[in-house]
Ligand binder design. Structure first.
Ligand code: HPA
Length: 277
């Protein structure tokens, strides 16, 4: 924990030294969903330059950081690609950038991820606004002793996925004629895909989506008072739902195909002042 705090201090100091403006919001996308967004400033860096961790991308995607200014004076730190616990990162490392953004003053966390749909009625390519989550990773970034001024030890997780932001996102998507459904995201540790029995369990528990990210970031964000909004792309139907095998390549292809829809929604969303309220 001491190492984590020192690294966060160093990263915040480096951010200020670089004279990058403080972010109002943090946007984290899965590497397969990394899209170009408008408002990009000249502030762009590899993630390894921003955070003092050994950064390892997956699928050869570079992890990078872009500072956007979608509205005059509103800055969004955009992390393209994330650190997952299945890559061997501990829970604190997976939420490093969330904490860094919070310490720099960000009030909102926006995320996208690729997920498996647990219902036969879902389709690959569908976009879901997450309205709640189930943490099945066995991990929690709030274990241990954290600085008391960051937030309470026992964090209220009601409305962890902010209902007002969810409504705003649905409105923006509707205006673009890209209707989104709503659903509960169950986060597994991975990196194996779920077994069909695990998918049945998740569905029985009330989940609509299964994935390997996001839940720890939301916990860390709520701890520090950030409002959270998450878009899941249904990249495939989860194991056992259709009887077909899940292929990582297919997941990537479906993600890329839908990334343009995500890009359009995010582009419109980032220009809405309510996002920063
Ligand atoms: N399960 C877990 N994570 C995923 C899946 C899945 O089926 N598809 C994309 N990410």
């Amino acid at each position: 924990m001491e190492r984590h705090l020192e690294q966060l201090d160093a990263a915040a100091a480096a951010w200020r030294e670089r004279e990058w403006p403080a972010p109002d919001a943090l946007l984290v996308s899965g590497s397969g969903l990394a899209v170009e967004l408008p408002g990009a400033t000249s502030h762009r860096a590899g993630l390894a330059e921003v955070i003092p961790l050994r950064v390892r991308g997956i699928d050869g995607h570079p992890l990078e950081f872009v500072l956007l200014e979608p509205l005059p004076g509103r800055f969004v730190a955009y992390q393209r690609g994330r650190l997952h616990s299945y890559q061997g990162y501990d829970a604190n490392d997976t939420v490093f950038v969330v904490r860094l953004a919070a310490l720099l003053g960000a009030r909102t966390l926006i995320m996208s991820n690729a997920a498996g749909g647990v219902h036969r009625t879902q389709k690959a390519g569908e976009i879901v606004i997450v309205n709640d989550q189930i943490n099945l990773t066995g991990l929690n970034p709030l274990r241990g002793e954290l600085p008391p001024d960051w937030g309470p030890q026992f964090v209220d997780m009601v409305d962890a996925h902010d209902p007002d932001l969810g409504l705003l996102a649905a409105t923006v998507a509707g205006e673009l004629d890209l209707p989104c459904s709503r659903g509960v995201y169950a986060g597994f540790a991975g990196p194996t895909f779920e077994t069909p029995a695990e998918v049945n369990m998740a569905r029985t528990m009330g989940a609509d989506l299964v994935g390997m990210s996001t839940v720890l970031e939301v916990i860390a964000a709520r701890h520090m008072g950030l409002r959270c909004l998450c878009f899941s792309l249904v990249a495939n139907l989860a194991a056992g739902v259709t009887g077909e095998k899940i292929d990582h390549e297919e997941v990537l292809v479906a993600s890329r195909a839908a990334s343009d829809q995500i890009r359009r929604i995010l582009t419109a969303l980032l220009t809405r002042s309510e996002l920063y309220a």
